[in-house]
Design a protein around this ligand. Sequence first.
Ligand SMILES: Nc1ncnc2c1ncn2[C@@H]1O[C@H](COP(=O)(O)OP(=O)(O)OP(=O)(O)O)[C@@H](O)[C@H]1O
Ligand SMILES: [Mg+2]
Length: 340
Amino acid sequence: MKRVRLRFARGVEVEFVDRDRAVRQVSGIAERGTRFPLVVYGPEGCGKTALLRQAGAIFEEHGYSVVYVDPLAESVGDALHYTGPLRDIVREVLGLFPEPYSRIVDAAIRIIGEAMRRLRRPRVALLLDDLFQAVGPGVAERYVKALLNLIEYPPGDYESIVVMVSSSEGATRKTIGRHSWASPRLLWNMSKDGFAELYDKVPGPKPGYEEAWRLAGGNPRYLGKLYEANWDPAPVIDEIARTRGLEALAKTLGTRERELLQAMLSDPDTLFERLGEPEAQRLAEKLVELNMIVELWDRNEWLWIDTPPPEKDPGLGIGRHYAWQTPLHREAMRKALGHE
Ligand SMILES: Nc1ncnc2c1ncn2[C@@H]1O[C@H](COP(=O)(O)OP(=O)(O)OP(=O)(O)O)[C@@H](O)[C@H]1O
Ligand SMILES: [Mg+2]
């Protein structure tokens, strides 16, 4: 299998590492196709984009015509990637859109449709990164339905079709989950062994591996951020707090919410135990929306891409029902609470 190259941090590129189970799952998907759009959720920076890109390479090796869209990129050229034989179709379809950049997801769906019409029983794969961030949570459902239609009522014949979408938008999980239009799956941060492989590739002096693991909890983006901060966690924690307005949030909290958040620092499942209280429900919604915590499913392997997190890991802030996205997120919350 060809491993894709990824930008890891300033001046550092790495090859896609680990994720062995995910790679096996993707190869299985290449054999069978997807009956429903596969929607991959997971903490920010856990590796959804990396996995989607690697999946693109795997599908190509299995003879698929692949369209990969990064709708948040800054130009059409950066946003749309496709395998060679689609070139003419892509050029034609883009010509139909007066401003393809603003309609890149629609253009990609159209490209796949045209490929089905014109190629003889093709294998096609459509990979949409950050779909909901791009189209907005309000129309996320509509897009997922359109993708399902592409599978169920294709404009042409196909041998096999794969539709994969990624999202770190925890808030869209409920809106998508209430329909039977998609197969939602969770991708967690990297496992301890996989993360070690990535850590070994980080150049220069670095803290011991256990320290890196304890801070980033297997999240590859935050490993990169720690590297860029010369391994000082303080600015990384500050950035999490600042970008989400955690101090302001802390100021709006009532006594019960504050006390609940404090308890969540040692055990995120406290939130689950108290979900009967309206304050806890509000807090759960807010923290999911801010990408601070993730609501986990049970560890039933088929619900997960790659290996699920451990059942409980208090050190990393992982509970049975809820988890801090990384230990750094938990520290950012702790700090914001301390500022009051
Ligand atoms: N399996 C992997 N091997 C090597 N590097 C990886 C791997 N997974 C992720 N990375 C690196 O970690 C960083 C974050 O990964 P990525 O961008 O895929 O996260 P993401 O889940 O898509 O984040 P977001 O939620 O912001 O979209 C990137 O620099 C990427 O190159
Ligand atoms: Mg991404």
